[in-house]
Each structure stands twice: as C-alpha cells, then as structure tokens.
Design a binder for this molecule. Structure first.
Ligand code: NDP
Length: 300
C-alpha cells in the first residue's frame, strides 16, 4: 500500500513517518522536499493535485497544518488556504484515484462553554481563526464524499518542533518566574500516541484500508485520557524534569486567562470525549501523565 504523507517535518508527521512504515510504503511530501515530483505546498492547489496524481497513493494522511494559533489572527487567508481549502483538494484528488484520506483536527473547533467532555455530536463553534479554518477543513473533506477519518486531537507536544513542553523547558533556563494559565482545561497529547493510534486503526484491516474507512470512517475524537490545565501541565513537566540544576526557575505561578491576553481567544474547557473511538476501534490512549513520564524519561 502506498501512503502519501504530508507534514513530516511537524510533530505528528514525524512520528507518523516512523510508525506507518509497518503498514505500507510511506511517501513523504512537503514544501521543502527536493524531488519536484514530491513537492507539495498546501497553499498551491496545483502542486497538491499534481503530486497526488504523480504518486497515485492508496491512502493520503494529512497532518500538515497552519498551527500558529495566535499568528493566524493576522494571517487568516493563509491559515484558511492551508487548513480549510487544501484538505478539500486533497480529498477530491483521493476520490478521483479511489484512495482514502486521514486528516487531523483540533479541540479548538469548540467554544469551551461546556463543562463535560465534547462528543462528535456537539456543535462546533470556534472562537479563533485557527479553529475556524480547521473546521472548514473538516467540512471540506466530509463534503467530498471520500472514505475518510478525521481525528480531532488536542494540546499536541513532543520532543521536537514548537510546543508547550519545549517552551516550558526553555523558559525555565531563562527566567526565575513562569506564569501559566490555570483556567483552560484540556488533555495534553503526545504526538507519538496519535501516530500509534492511527497505525492501530489501520492495522484492523491493513489489506483493505479503503473498505475499513467506508465502513468505520468519519469523525473521531482522539486525545490522551485525563485532563489538566496548562498550569497543571507545566507543574508536572517540572516535577518530572531531572535537569533541575540547569534551571533558573524559582516560581511557577498559576494565573487566569485574563492576566495573559493573547491575540486568539481559546476555549476555557476543551476536553474531548473519546468514547466513539473506544467503542469503534477498541482504542483508549494512556493518561496524559503516563505519556509525559515517558517523554520526560527520554529527555532526562
Ligand atoms: P506542526 O506545526 O508541528 O507541523 C505542521 C506541519 O505542516 C509541518 O510539517 C509544516 O511543514 C507543514 N506545513 C505548514 N504549512 C505548509 C504548507 N503551506 N505546505 C505544506 N506543508 C505545510 O503541527 P502538529 O504536528 O503539531 O499538528 C498535527 C495536526 O494536529 C494538525 O492538523 C494540527 O492542526 C492538529 N492539532 C495540533 C495541535 C497542537 O497543539 N500542535 C492541537 C490540536 C490539533 P514546514 O516544515 O514546511 O513548515
């Protein structure tokens, strides 16, 4: 099986590239790939279409996205091109070839006004440009009518790329105090867990992924179990970090979102209910703290 994979320089794409090797032949494409046949800039619909037609994959997996949540407020057209429009073109090309699509989305499609975990039936109501563009991407894929999986995840981190974990570790070497918001609740999710869950779904019928996604495809929530705030996440990072002597940090202070205004507003509560994933595929991701322990053990 040929798998065309975008976003391999990103947190999730990097993990997917390794994990999917057991499932099929992974063909990484991207905007900085040297081979012109594998170049794919998601702002350029012609490169999307040309490359997919060239590679002729059986499955397209698209973790690439415009993920700079605050910057998106100033670059709405660019964010929409990458997150909202490109996924539709990918889905159309997949349909044309008889291929299936796996795409990733975000907890930020919700407004955060609930106080119990969001299910796939809950109405999205994104509060920022990033969330709006990601919702547009979900809708674009669903409307094409290609067999697909859309996996909504949250608070993604890993030991590479730009993420909250690495930001905290860096700031701890530079500052005596770090102030972190304690009134936004979600589930920090290690990118490797998302990649492994994706591979486990595919391994339920590796001979016929198309059929698998015809029968069981659709929208799923896929996050780590448990919940915390950004402050709780930071506190646990520093408890698990063995390199305490390298730190300048003296105080980790819990603050409110009001005390830390950002260009993009974020949902106060964006926990996702993973029941559908568990019922359909028998998959439950580990608690966020267990994953973080593993990641920090690699880092220490
Ligand atoms: P990253 O920001 O780590 O990686 C984004 C990837 O997208 C990079 O490989 C980047 O390539 C690629 N990309 C960006 N713009 C383009 C473009 N114009 N053309 C081609 N490729 C492009 O993302 P994550 O791995 O963290 O996110 C994976 C998925 O999970 C995304 O769908 C995201 O929306 C979703 N998600 C992420 C969350 C998070 O906290 N990060 C939270 C919830 C959901 P390049 O190196 O060329 O820039």
């Amino acid at each position: 099986m040929k798998i065309l994979l975008t976003g391999v320089t990103g947190q999730l794409g990097w993990e997917l590239q390794r994990t999917l090797m057991t499932i099929g032949e992974v063909i990484p494409v991207g905007r900085s790939v040297n081979n012109p046949n594998l170049q794919m800039d998601l702002t350029q619909l012609d490169t999307i279409r040309r490359t997919i037609r060239e590679v002729r994959p059986d499955l397209i997996i698209n973790p690439a996205a415009y993920t700079a949540v605050d910057k998106a407020e100033k670059e709405p057209e660019l964010a929409m091109a990458i997150n909202g429009i490109a996924p539709g073109a990918i889905a159309e090309e997949a349909k044309r070839l008889g291929a299936a699509v796996i795409h990733y989305s975000t907890d930020y499609v919700f407004d955060g006004n609930k106080n119990t975990a969001y299910t796939e039936q809950d109405q999205p109501n994104p509060q920022n440009i990033y969330g709006k563009t990601k919702l547009a991407g979900e809708q674009a894929i669903a409307s094409v009518g290609v067999p697909h999986l859309i996996l909504r995840t949250s608070w993604v981190y890993s030991l590479q790329g730009k993420n909250f974990l690495l930001t905290m570790l860096k700031l701890a070497q530079e500052r005596e105090e770090i102030r972190v918001v304690d009134d936004q609740i979600g589930a920090p999710t290690w990118s490797r867990m998302i990649a492994e869950a994706t591979a486990q779904i595919l391994s339920q019928n590796p001979q016929n992924i198309y059929e698998l996604l015809v029968s069981k495809g659709g929208l799923y929530h896929l996050t780590a179990s448990g919940q915390t705030s950004w402050y709780g996440f930071a506190k646990t990072i520093f408890e698990l970090d063995d390199r305490k002597s390298d730190r300048k940090l003296q105080r980790l202070t819990a603050i409110t979102s009001k005390e830390y205004p950002t260009p993009a507003s974020r949902p106060a509560y964006s926990l996702l209910d993973n029941q559908k994933l568990s019922t359909t595929f028998g998959l439950i991701l580990p608690d966020w703290e267990r994953s973080l322990e593993l990641v920090m053990a690699f880092n220490n």
